[in-house]
Design a binder for this molecule. Structure first.
Ligand SMILES: NC(=O)c1ccc[n+]([C@@H]2O[C@H](COP(=O)([O-])OP(=O)(O)OC[C@H]3O[C@@H](n4cnc5c(N)ncnc54)[C@H](OP(=O)(O)O)[C@@H]3O)[C@@H](O)[C@H]2O)c1
Length: 247
């Protein structure tokens, strides 16, 4: 799918109500896609519809519900599918988690990535389609204040790699790519963790060095990746400087 082909294509973004997902939906819409946005916050989705005019279809729903994934893949057959929805884990040291709080990102992030990835392979989506999942830099470094988050995000990276291999083996022509964004204070989830790690160190708010990754930069990077079939790696680190293949 080239930049030219994004115009008029259908893109579906989960977690489109705020943060990265909202900006990704807006960037794909500006590139000419018809965007379907899934999240639970109906009012926030309606605000985005007002901003993006006719190019955005809000779908208030739980993206981790496998019935939602099946219905929406059947209805929209998106050429670009961005699996971005993610729960905010409790910012606590591991001994202050229960199993239920520890496994929250498995129940939401991983279950949702698994369900939609499975539907994308089984449909199958059209050759030339791209499925992008949101893993995290935490998958590489750990995240000691967020329970099972880092392991869940590592599972999403591996799941996406497995799906890429299955697509290749079956000659489906569907590209599967995971993104590992760096921690940024520019979203609700990121701001909570930047503050939590800073408080633990006893400093002021701390973020990774260099300019922060903003939602707009994430939106640009996802749109560029979706438009350029030259991005053939299965995983990319995402920083304010853009996309870098995961070594
Ligand atoms: N920000 C960072 O520093 C950072 C770094 C690495 C990776 N990431 C990953 O990037 C993704 C986006 O993060 P963000 O910082 O933009 O987070 P955010 O601001 O907290 O937004 C999360 C989005 O996910 C949606 N969501 C959560 N549970 C959902 C569910 N069950 N069904 C549908 N939508 C759901 C939320 O919408 P509703 O509440 O309206 O449902 C919201 O739109 C996440 O997967 C996150 O783990 C973030």
């Amino acid at each position: 799918m080239s930049e030219h082909e994004i115009a008029g294509a259908t893109a579906l973004v989960t977690g489109a109500s705020r943060g990265f997902g909202r900006a990704i939906a807006a960037a794909l819409s500006r590139a000419g896609a018809q965007v379907v946005g899934v999240a639970r916050d109906r009012a926030a989705l309606e605000e985005l519809r007002a901003e993006l005019d006719g190019s955005f279809t809000p779908v208030p729903a739980d993206a981790a519900d496998p019935v939602v994934a099946g219905e929406l893949i059947d209805r929209y057959r998106p050429g670009v599918l961005v699996l971005n929805a993610g729960a905010t884990p409790l910012p606590r040291p591991v001994q202050h988690h229960t199993w239920q709080t520890f496994s929250r990102n498995w129940d939401v992030d991983v279950q949702h990535a698994f369900g939609w990835t499975r539907e994308a392979l089984l449909a199958p989506l059209a050759p030339g389609s791209t499925v992008i999942t949101l893993s995290s830099g935490a998958a590489l470094r750990g995240s000691p204040l967020s329970g099972g988050y880092a392991g869940a995000k590592a599972a999403i990276r591996w799941l996406t790699g497995y799906a890429a291999e299955e697509s290749e083996r079956a000659g489906l022509g569907i590209r599967f790519v995971s993104l590992l964004p760096q921690l940024t204070p520019a979203t609700d989830l990121g701001a909570l963790y930047v503050a939590a790690y800073a408080a633990r160190q006893g400093d002021g708010p701390a973020a990774p060095g260099g300019p922060p990754l903003t939602p707009d930069l994430a939106g640009q990077a996802v749109t560029e990746l979706a438009a350029d079939p030259g991005y053939q790696e299965h995983a990319y680190v995402l920083t304010a400087e853009g996309l870098r293949p995961l070594a």
